[in-house]
Design a protein around this ligand. Structure first.
Ligand SMILES: C[S@@+](CC[C@H](N)C(=O)[O-])C[C@H]1O[C@@H](n2cnc3c(N)ncnc32)[C@H](O)[C@@H]1O
Length: 388
């Protein structure tokens, strides 16, 4: 977590002491905060196999004590975007101070809360709300005054947040959704007219080579396959067995989400996929780019080391033995340590603006002249996708 490393060293468990801090009661019945706040701490997270899990949803399969892993992912994503968000001109125009108007930012599935706090610092005139199934592991004294959090399950609807936000950000959380299309629509409805939605998600597959091709996973009939691919494949399958609609997400992200969220203005929608290196192997680009990509690779390799452990409870729940799961996890870590010829993970970025047509929103800035898809890779345009 940024700037509180020394605090953390002297603190006991992170998840038990924050019920009262900067959590505001939600405005409608879909929020669980009101009832959760009255419960004892141990019911906010559930302990299982030495890890902590949220108590609001059975669908999201990863532990809730995952802050360090998520912060590494955040740093890697931010470096690959060149900042906290794509389409910087549009985001800054949408969030620009306006007399008499409170600009609001919503982060859905906010995880460790790091994106929220950094956005709150970058846009001190905006109110930032992060919602998540689990409490955010931050100390109240580290929070900017314009940043708060709520516990909510998106699967229960977002009626209480409708039409309130200038920017809605959803990153790497869709595996926790039961019905991707319905949730996407409800998330779009949280926007004000002209507000911008930013969606970012990995597609759970690994690639290598040039052009990038899918790396087959390890199995007894493919002994040279990748354990990393196998672990993530089994993890995704286990999540689907628990009710996740993650398969639909991939289709929607590949096709262009404006087709599935008809309130977004297609003329403002952009899609880009970026291949991020896992491990510090990247030799392409100028020296500064190389250094940055190597750092991204190191962060993601650490992040996936931790993922190899975080995914285990879900894989075991789906029927695999602990022994087999331990073996895969160990091989995954070993593979990432020594496999230096180009493993990548693809991350999809999307953004689009709520249609202004029916609301007469004046002179809304647009993201670009053409709707559509821009494919690029970390080796040809790693940091400037939306600026092209
Ligand atoms: C992989 S983490 C990503 C966190 C953060 N968005 C980031 O990019 O650093 C996914 C987060 O989404 C949350 N989440 C998953 N399903 C959710 C749901 N149905 N409602 C609210 N939050 C959810 C999880 O609790 C978890 O903290």
């Amino acid at each position: 977590m940024q700037n509180n490393a020394s605090n953390q060293a002297s603190k006991p468990a992170l998840l038990v002491d924050q019920v009262a801090f900067n959590y505001s009661a939600s405005q409608a019945a879909t929020s669980h905060f009101g009832s959760i706040s009255a419960q004892s701490n141990d019911r906010i997270v559930r302990k299982e196999g030495g890890r902590e899990f949220n108590t609001l949803s059975e669908v999201y399969p990863l532990p809730a004590d995952d802050g360090d892993r998520l912060d590494k992912q955040h740093r890697a994503f931010s470096l690959s975007l060149g900042g906290l968000y794509p389409a910087p001109e549009v985001v800054r125009a949408v969030l620009a101070p306006q007399a008499g108007v409170t600009k609001r930012i919503l982060d859905i599935g906010c995880g460790s809360g790091i994106w929220c706090t950094e956005m709150a610092r970058e846009f001190p005139h905006c109110q930032v709300l992060g919602i998540d199934l689990a409490p955010v592991p931050l100390d109240p004294e580290d929070l900017p005054p314009n940043c708060s959090f709520e516990m909510d399950d998106v699967n229960q609807g977002l009626d209480h947040l409708q039409g309130m936000y200038d920017l809605v950000h959803a990153r790497a959380f869709a595996i926790g959704l039961k019905d991707f299309r319905t949730s996407l629509q409800q998330i779009v409805e949280c926007l004000k007219p002209g507000g911008i939605l930013i969606w970012m998600d990995g597609d759970y597959d690994f690639y290598s080579g040039w052009p990038m091709t899918y790396v087959p996973y390890w199995s007894s009939s493919n002994p040279h396959g990748s354990y990393t691919q196998r672990v993530l494949y089994e993890f995704r399958k286990s999540a689907i067995l628990s009710g996740s609609d993650v398969r639909t997400m991939e289709k929607v992200l590949q096709e262009g989400f404006w087709n599935n969220a008809p309130m977004l203005d297609p003329g403002t929608c952009k899609t880009a996929g970026v291949y991020l290196p896992i491990g510090p192997w990247c030799e392409q680009g100028d020296p500064a780019q190389q250094e940055q990509l190597k750092y991204v690779g190191m962060l993601l390799r650490h992040m996936f080391f931790e993922t190899s452990k975080a995914t285990q409870p879900s894989i075991i729940k789906a029927g695999w033995s602990k022994q087999e799961s331990d073996r895969w996890a160990a091989r995954m870590r070993e593979g990432m340590r020594f496999w230096l010829f180009g493993l990548c993970n693809r991350v999809m970025n999307k953004s689009g603006r709520m249609s202004t047509r029916y609301y007469g929103f004046p002179n809304a800035p647009r993201m670009g002249s053409s709707a559509g898809r821009t494919e690029f890779t970390s080796t040809d345009a790693p940091y400037s996708s939306y600026r092209r």
